[in-house]
Each structure stands twice: as C-alpha cells, then as structure tokens.
Design a protein around this ligand. Structure first.
Ligand code: ADP
Length: 912
C-alpha cells in the first residue's frame, strides 16, 4: 500500500507512531473506498483515530454510513489468528461482523441516531476467529463520535474481551454450587467470623441449629451463647488461640450446642481456619460445623461398652484376655490372667503376646492362635499341659481354655479372646489318684492278690476273679460255696475271725481250702471294716492271698532247720554267726560247749578269739580276713584253751554273707571239736613213726642180704634164681621208699624234717637226675629243655627227692605216652622247674588237693597206679621249707605240668 494524492507520509502524523495498525492504515489503498484517500479524511476521524490507535486499551471504530472498521493494536488479539485481521481494517461493519451484526447493528444505529452511549458487561458475542466460531465475552461501551457537522459520524467502541474472566467466574460459581451442594449434603453448617467487627455470618442450617433468625451477621457472642455452658470457656479459648498468628490459625474442636429456642442439644465438631494480613492480624476466620451427635453417642456407647467389658473381664472369676492383631497384642488381660501367666501388667500389656510371655512360645500356642485367627473357628482345650513361670521357675501347669475369634462390624477378625482356667491342682489330684489306683492295681497284680467286698448289711460278697481262683473257683461262687471250700478243721478259725470283727474292726485269718480237684491250698484273708455316713459299719473290704507256697516253704524251712539241728546235734557241731558290723557272735549251745564258753550269754568276736591259743590266733584272724576278701570258704583247724587250761582242737568252716550292696555282713559257720580225732591222728603218726623206724633196719638188712644172695647166685651161675632175687630186690626197694616216705611224713608232722643246705649248680643236678631215671626207663623219652638257671642254696638231697618224685609221677600217670619234658628257667629271681607230661591229667577241682597228705585223685584208673598219696605232700613240704612254691597246671586227659620255684642265689648272668 502506498500513500497517494500528493500528500507525503509525514503529513499523516496521527498514524505514524500508531503501532502496527497505524502502519496498516497508512499502507492501505483508501482511494477506492467510500472514505477516499486519507488526506480527505475529516479532522474528527483523524482525531478519533489518533486517540484510538495510541491507546493501550482495546478500541474499535465504526465510521460513516458504511460503518468502516478501525481498531488498535490492543484490540488485535481478540480477533485471533486466521480470522478477520488484517482484512477488517477498512472493511464495512456489516461485512466484517456478519455473525454479530444483528446484535450490534441496533446499538450502532441507536448511537448514530444520537441515542445514549451503550454499556455491556460480559456480553457473549461469538465471533469467527482462529478458524472457528468461538464464544467470546465482551465488556464494552458504544459511544458516538461527533463530527465537525455536530452530528454523530461514527461509533467509538471501547471494549475488553472478558472471556477468561467469565469462564473463571463460571467455574467459581460452579464450584460454589458444588460446595453448597456438598455442604448441604453433608449436613454442614458454615460460619464466617469477621475478627475486626466480631460479627459472625452463619448459613441457614446453623441458624436453624442455633435458633437464631437474623439474616445479617450476628454478634459473635450470640453464637457463643449457644454453646453449652460446660464447653463455652474451652471453645472461647480455642477461638482466641486460632486468632493468634502463632497458632497457624487452625481451629478444631468438639462441643455441645443448645438451640436457644427449642433447647435441642447437638454435639458438633467445628473446624475452621483464620486468615491473617501482612501485619499478622486476623481478618477472616471461617469454617464449618458438623453435627456429630449420633457418632458421639454411638462412640460414647462404644467406649462405655468397652469399659463395661473391661470391668466384666476384670471381675470375671476366670482368666480372660484379648489379643489383637498384629502379633496378638495383649490389649486387655485381667489379674487372673496375669497370675496364670506368672507376669505383671508391665511385662505383657500392649505387647505382642509372645514377647511378653516368651515361655509360651514353642508350646504349640502360636499355631493354635494362627488357626483361630485365619479360620475364625473356636479352639477349646481341656487340661492342656503348658509350662509357665511360677516364682522364677518353669512349672508344668494344666489349663482349660477357649480361643474365640472376635470380629469387627464388617465381619473381619480383629483379634482373639482367651478365657482360661488353671486346672493344675485338679489334674494333679486326679493323676495322683489314678497313679495310686494304678499302683494299687499293679501291687495287687504283682503279688497275685485277690480282693473282695462284703456287705455287713446284706451279707452279699463280691470277690474278684483272682480271689475266686485262690479259692479254686473258675467263675462266680456264692459265699456259702466259698465257705464250704474251707478245710473242716479250719472253719472255726474263720468263724472266730468274723465274731471278733465288731471289736477289732479288722479281720485276719489263714485257712486251708480244698479245690474241686481235692488239692489243698493255704489261703490268707485280710480285711478292714468301712463305715457308712451314719458311722455304722457297712462293708468289709479286703484281700485274699494264696500262701500255699509260702506255707510249704515255711514248713520246708522248719523241717530243714530241724534236720540241720539234728545234724548239728548228732555231729556235735556248733554253729555261729559273726555280725561283721557289730562283732557280735550269735552261737549255738554246742558252739559254746565246744569253746568252753557255756557261761557267757552274749559272745563277741574278741571273747571267742581269745580262747584260741596265741600260736593259732593270728592265723585264724588272717584266714577270716582272706575269706571275706576273696569270698572264699574258710577252713581252719586250730587249738583252743578252755578256762580249765586244757587244750582242745577245733575245726571250723564258714562262709561270708553279703548284704544287697555286696558288702560283707555276716560270717556264718560251724565248728566241731576234733580233739579226739587229733589224738588218734597223733597216735597213728606215732605208730607210723615207730613202725617205719622199726621196719627200716630189718628192711635195710633184707636189702643187703638179698644183694649178697644175688652175687652168690650169679657166681654159681644160677642165673634164673639170681633174677628172682633181683625182682625181690626191686620190691624191697619199693618197700624202702615207702618206709622212707612214711618216715618223712612223721618227721614233717613232728616238725623235725632236717635240711642240710649246700650250694650247687641247679641245671647240673637236674641233668644228673634225668640221666639216672632215663637209664631205668629206656622206652620213655625224657627231653631236656634247660635254660640258664644258676646256683641255689638248698638241701640237695631233698631237691633230688622232689624232682625224682615229679618225674616218676609223670611217667606213672602217662600210660601209653612216651614223652616227658623237663624245663628249667629263671624268672624274677626264681629258678623254675617244670615237668610236663601228656598223660591222664588232673581234674581242676582236684588240682589244689593233690598236695595234701594221703590225697589221691579217685577215678577209674585209681587202682592202676599204686601209691600212698604222700609223694606230692612231702615234695610240697620240702619246697615250702626252702622258701619256694609248688603248683600244677593240668587239663584232664591232656597231661599235667608240675612246677616249683626256688629262690636263686646266683643266676650266673654276671659271669656271662
Ligand atoms: P601217689 O603218686 O603215691 O599216689 P602223690 O602224692 O605223688 O602220691 O600224688 C598224689 C596224687 O596226685 C596221685 O595219686 C595222682 O592221682 C595225682 N598225680 C600226681 N602226679 C600226677 C601226674 N603227673 N599226672 C596225673 N596225676 C598225678
């Protein structure tokens, strides 16, 4: 667009600094328009445009008959994009605003006709902009622009688009409606206090609640007067507090109001907020009031119910507690429950159950509670054993209890109520009774006791099967039948026992009964009278015991004792019992007679031991100790001296009796006076001594003559006769040996065995003996198994006698075998010699005895082996005399090994 008509651009100064619109007007081609070029424009238009274009307020101008349109930069945004701008400049009003023309034309026309200026506020005038028809709100005024002619030439529009404001207001209004609706629906009262004037504005509902009618704001005090007297001070304080800036302006309180007219009471909850100005002064304080009468009533009722429940629980005669989720927190527990748990309130209250009562954990309670909690099913326990703390110790208790789930209003399980009673005492008492019954039953069974109950009133008898069996009956038998089973001789015993019953209150008798098979049995009946409530004797309760075997045993014992007594008497055996604890001796009369102690009533060990001669006293004490120590049989022969100084011989045998702890308790034995036997023995020994001594000389002479005779016969050549004399010589040798043995025994008995000790090399001696014997028995192989032995200092001849005896015995008792081994060795400073054979051997029970005088092992072959049984006795006496030991090892049928040990003088090892 270009300025035309000879005018320079500078001439249109009213357009030049008039923004974008000014430029647009300048550049437009006005010549073709009814307005004509700018330079033809009247001053009024120019002035108006100058005002319009330079204003920052949105403005529009309709000019002339055609309502040519002008607008300024401030107006421009209201036309949007892709709409009327920029074409609207210079456009005819009707063409520019066809959509609103019907609305604005009358206004324009009215103004143009000299009418009053028009004013519209927030007028909706939908226009085309941004490619659409849009709802646009305007606040505008239409006023006339008076031309030079004095008539209106155009309409000046000062306008403002208020679309945004209208929309906001609309939104506000809608939300206010919504709020009002909500307030209404929620039954809320609203209030608004002006702290500056102390006036309060309340909605209708509040007026209704308060009983106030004024429409305008009421005095705050009037509203406060509505508050129940009891709450008034509290509420005024809360209000003053909320009005202090430091409080943050918050207000939240529950109180009661009373309608001043109807006196209707309401409990309300007031919530509000105070607003403060920059000086921290409150300028507004508003909020709501909620009628919470019903809730409060029901809440109070609930609290009361809960309190009642607590009281109930507290006073209940059983232990009650309430456990709530999570973790079964103990919310209520009465003293009984605390007692049952063994806890204090501080220990458990408001804590998870198993935290306060850890002892109950791991006793299955958690699982039970969980089950009740998840399923809602009640759990009832009867006499459940649980260990609980009692005075610092865990004690087994028995509880009856119920776990019951309780639910909230929605049926959701809230927790568990526990009702429990401690039944430990009852259970214990019952268990004790059961135990006692069981023990009684066991005891009755164990001793095979029968039981009975006899009614003293109806005379009815009830007998247990065992009791009947003792009387010989398979099943039930009436009383008369049972009584008939009693041995006729014993019936009086039974009758007497019953007769005495009223006096004694007890019954006891032992009678014989005959069983149907005619066998006889001993029965013991015992019983006790029981009284009824009137203290009258009513029943007899008791037991029946079969005492047949006991009686038999007693009879047997009596018989045995009688037999024993007879035996003791006949054998003039004294018997005694030494109490090893008290040292008292309980002795029979015969014992006292044997010891010459008939005068003394109560014997003691010391009294008895002092009767024994000093030589034997120590030996006897030692032998008794040994027997006790080794649980061995005690056997002793010793001399005693009677009070009249005469010497007597006693043989005593005894055994130790032990108590249940295996401690020696008694020493029981018998004694016999063997003085006469000893005298006879002595006489025999004397005779043997004399006889053998007297025989020795003639036999030696016979031996010498027979030897001489043999020489003579051999010289004469009478070989046959000479061999007869040889045989005679052999027998004479045997006779010599027998006489020598007898003499030795006599010497030993008299303690007159002489020993002539010399030093000699042991093995050399043994070797010589073996060789000598080997020469006489060429068929037997006597093997030598010699080890280094050394020198001994003993009677050489006597040792030769011992070794010879052992080797000849070995040969004698080994028929059918041909081997004998002679061993020598040294061990622990002792020379040991053993002679081993593989013959008949000796039974174990005889092995110790073969060293006794005249002892010979009896057996099938007794007569096969000639002998007196003196060789080993003499040998053992010799060995003992030289300080050695002699013994035998043997297995019957497999041979015997006889050994002796001698102290070695010099084992020769030093020489090696
Ligand atoms: P005797 O041989 O004269 O009978 P001893 O005193 O020598 O007397 O022996 C006693 C008993 O010991 C014998 O009667 C015999 O029964 C037994 N006896 C001794 N030595 C042996 C042996 N080597 N083997 C088996 N029995 C034996």
């Amino acid at each position: 667009m270009q300025a035309k008509g000879g005018e320079t651009v500078t001439e249109f100064s009213f357009l030049k600094s008039a923004g974008e619109m000014g430029q647009l007007i300048l550049s437009a081609n006005w010549s073709s328009s009814t307005l004509g070029s700018i330079n033809t424009w009247p001053q009024s238009l120019r002035t108006t445009l100058s005002i319009l274009l330079n204003s920052k307020f949105p403005m529009f101008l309709f000019w002339g008959e055609e309502h040519i349109c002008f607008y300024n930069d401030a107006y421009r945004p209201s036309l949007g994009n892709n709409g009327k701008h920029p074409g609207a400049i210079g456009q005819k009003g009707k063409e520019c605003w066809p959509e609103i023309w019907p609305f604005i034309q009358p206004i324009i026309d009215n103004v143009m006709a000299g009418g009053e200026a028009a004013w519209y506020e927030d007028q909706l005038l939908p226009i085309y902009r941004n490619g659409n028809m849009e709802d646009v709100y305007w606040t505008f005024s239409y006023s006339a622009v008076i031309a030079e002619s004095g008539k209106p030439a155009g309409v000046f529009v000062a306008c403002n688009e208020t679309t945004d404001k209208v929309i906001i207001l609309k939104d506000i209004s809608e939300s206010r409606d919504a709020l009002g609706f909500a307030i209404n629906a929620a039954n809320l009262g609203t209030w608004d206090i002006n702290p500056l004037t102390n006036k309060i504005f309340i909605n209708d509902r509040l007026k209704n609640w308060f009983g106030l009618t004024q429409d305008a704001g009421v005095e705050l005090q009037a509203a406060i007067n509505v508050i129940d007297e009891q709450d008034r001070e509290r509420v005024t304080e809360a209000i003053s507090k909320a009005l202090q800036f430091s409080s943050g302006g918050n207000y939240n309180i529950e109180h009661k109001i009373i309608n001043i007219q109807t006196k209707q009471e309401r409990i309300v909850c007031a919530i509000g907020k105070a607003l403060f100005d920059e000086n921290q002064q409150p300028y507004r304080f508003n909020g709501i009031l909620m009628d919470i009468t019903e809730e409060t009533i029901s809440r109070n009722a609930l609290i009361e119910r809960e309190n009642n429940f607590r009281n109930l629980v507290e006073q209940a005669p059983v232990a009650i507690c309430v456990l709530k989720e999570p973790d079964y927190v103990v919310t209520i527990a009465n003293d009984r429950m605390l007692e049952l748990w063994g806890k204090t309130a501080t220990d458990v209250m408001n804590k998870p159950l198993f935290m306060g009562l850890p002892e109950a954990r791991k006793q299955g309670q958690e699982e039970l509670l969980l089950n009740v909690y998840t399923t809602g099913e009640r759990f009832v326990a009867s006499e459940l054993p649980i260990t609980l703390p009692r005075n610092g110790k865990l004690v087994l208790t028995y509880l009856n209890f119920v776990y019951e789930a309780f639910k909230d209003n929605n049926g959701k399980i809230e927790g568990i109520m526990v009702v429990a009673t401690d039944v430990t005492e009852q259970v214990m008492a019952r268990l004790n009774i059961e135990d006692a019954e069981e023990r009684g039953r066991l005891a009755t069974d164990a001793v095979n006791l029968g039981t009975y109950e006899y009614s003293l009133i109806s005379e009815e008898l009830i007998t247990s099967p065992r009791g009947l069996a003792i009387f010989g009956f398979d099943g039930y038998a009436p009383r008369p039948q049972m009584l008939a089973a009693i041995h006729p001789d014993d019936r009086l015993i039974q009758l007497k026992a019953h007769k005495d019953l009223p006096q004694t209150g007890e019954i006891f008798y032992e009678v014989r009964v005959f069983w149907p098979d005619k066998s006889m049995h001993w029965v013991r009946v015992q019983g006790k009278v029981f009284f009824d409530a009137n203290k009258e004797p009513s029943r007899l309760l008791g037991t029946i015991l079969d005492i047949t075997s006991q009686r038999k045993a007693e009879d047997e014992l009596i018989k045995t004792n009688q037999r024993l007594e007879i035996a003791l008497e006949v054998g003039q055996l004294g018997s005694y019992e030494l109490d090893l604890v008290t040292n008292t001796v309980y002795a029979s009369e015969q014992f006292k007679v044997n010891f010459g102690l008939e005068e003394i009533d109560q014997l003691t060990f010391d009294i008895v031991i002092n009767v024994i001669t000093p030589y034997y006293r120590e030996k006897v004490t030692k032998a008794i100790s040994e027997a006790i120590k080794n649980n061995a049989v005690y056997n002793m022969e010793y001399q005693i001296q009677w009070p009249d100084k005469s010497l007597r011989w006693i043989k005593s045998s005894a055994k130790v009796g032990y108590n249940e702890h295996l401690k020696a308790k008694v020493f029981i034995g018998v004694t016999v006076d063997i003085t006469e036997y000893k005298q006879l023995q002595q006489q025999k020994d004397d005779f043997l001594g004399i006889a053998s001594h007297e025989l020795k000389t003639p036999v030696t002479t016979i031996k010498a003559y027979s030897h001489l005779l043999q020489e003579i016969l051999l010289q004469k050549g009478d070989i046959k006769e000479a061999s007869l004399v040889t045989k005679m010589g052999t027998q004479v040798n045997r006779l010599t040996n027998l006489i020598a043995d007898l003499l030795d025994v006599t010497k030993i008995n008299a303690g007159k065995l002489q020993l002539n000790n010399t030093r000699f090399e042991f093995n050399t001696l043994v070797k010589d003996i073996v060789e000598d014997i080997q020469n006489t028995v060429p068929k037997i192989n006597i093997q030598e198994d010699f080890n280094q032995t050394g020198v001994v200092y003993v009677d050489k001849e006597r040792i030769v006698q011992v070794i010879t005896n052992l080797i000849t015995n070995a040969i004698k008792y080994s028929p059918g075998t041909n081997k004998i081994i002679v061993h020598t060795s040294v061990k622990n400073k002792e020379i040991i010699l053993s002679v081993q054979d593989f013959g008949v051997g000796i039974p174990a029970s005889h092995q110790a005895k073969v060293f006794e005088k005249f002892y010979r092992v009896s057996g099938d072959m007794q007569h096969t082996f000639p002998g007196l049984g003196l060789g080993l006795y003499i040998s053992s006496e010799i060995i003992k005399r030289v300080g050695g030991r002699i013994w035998v090892n043997s297995v019957e049928g497999a041979g015997a090994t006889f050994c002796f040990a001698l102290p070695v003088l010099d084992d020769g090892t030093e020489k090696l």
